[in-house]
Design a protein around this ligand. Structure first.
Ligand SMILES: NC(=O)c1ccc[n+]([C@@H]2O[C@H](COP(=O)([O-])OP(=O)(O)OC[C@H]3O[C@@H](n4cnc5c(N)ncnc54)[C@H](OP(=O)(O)O)[C@@H]3O)[C@@H](O)[C@H]2O)c1
Length: 225
């Protein structure tokens, strides 16, 4: 039996990745904060013949996140794929330019993007090492590669996650474990301004499947809409 844990499972990318892997026979562990919304996603997937279960946790609570992943592993007999893509829009701290950024603004985003990803990885990597296989996929937006002054606080943290992931890919070479960064330079769904590049969540979810199944030697994929 194979399974994927989606950390930051929501109605757009999270659901699309769940469908892509679920349609290939993977069991789906959905992790985000709101139990009711997770149960709705589980209901949707179940109606489509996909086995899914909800494990509510906040990525800012690293103990709870670790426990959720352990519970998911216990229920599904292990976690073969970890996908990390929580999204809180522009974040809960103030939106800042580089010059206007206070350490606290970046601290929050680092907790959200980088430390959550590290905690999730530590929860699943030992079993993957033991098995000699596994996949770790981490999502950011365009700012991780091409930072924009208008959202400096988020770009800074996403760039840190990108850096750490590519380094993890190097460290895990020849272990059978794939680690990769996916940078999405597109709005998912309806763009908020004219001319903004866009993509569908279904289209993007195929990148994750490709990095898991086919291009396991690639450390990064940047999607430009
Ligand atoms: N949407 C876009 O246009 C866009 C563009 C470029 C890149 N991206 C990236 O794509 C990924 C997915 O974005 P999406 O918009 O499609 O989101 P989504 O998969 O539809 O949902 C993401 C989920 O993250 C959960 N979340 C928020 N804060 C959390 C926390 N503290 N702990 C745990 N879960 C949390 C939310 O659920 P709860 O509120 O229930 O926790 C939300 O439903 C993200 O990495 C994002 O940065 C998105």
């Amino acid at each position: 039996m194979t399974s994927i844990a989606i950390v930051g499972a929501g109605p757009q990318l999270g659901l699309a990745i769940a469908r892509t892997f679920g349609s290939q026979g993977y069991d789906i562990a959905l992790i985000s904060r709101n139990r009711t919304k997770l149960d709705d996603l589980v209901g949707t997937l179940t109606a489509e013949g996909i086995t899914a279960a909800a494990f509510p946790a906040d990525v800012l609570d690293r103990d709870a996140l670790t426990q959720a992943l352990k519970d998911a592993a216990a229920q599904f007999g292990g976690i073969d794929v970890l996908e990390y893509s929580p999204s809180a829009g522009l974040g809960t701290s103030a939106v800042t330019t580089p010059a206007g950024t206070e350490p606290a603004h970046v601290q929050h985003e680092i907790e959200f993007h980088l430390y959550g990803a590290i905690a999730a990885t530590k929860a699943v990597l030992p079993a993957m090492r033991e098995a000699g296989t596994g996949t770790l996929l981490f999502t950011t937006s365009a700012g991780s590669v091409n930072p924009q002054p208008s959202t400096a606080h988020i770009s800074t943290a996403m760039a840190a996650l990108r850096n750490w992931t590519i380094n993890l890919h190097k460290e895990l070479a020849d272990t059978g474990i794939q680690a990769a960064h996916i940078g999405l330079d597109a709005t998912i769904g309806t763009p908020t301004f004219y001319g903004q590049p866009r993509a569908t969540a279904d289209q993007l979810s195929l990148l994750y499947w490709d990095l898991h199944i086919t291009n396991r030697d690639q450390a990064e994929r940047i999607f430009r809409g």
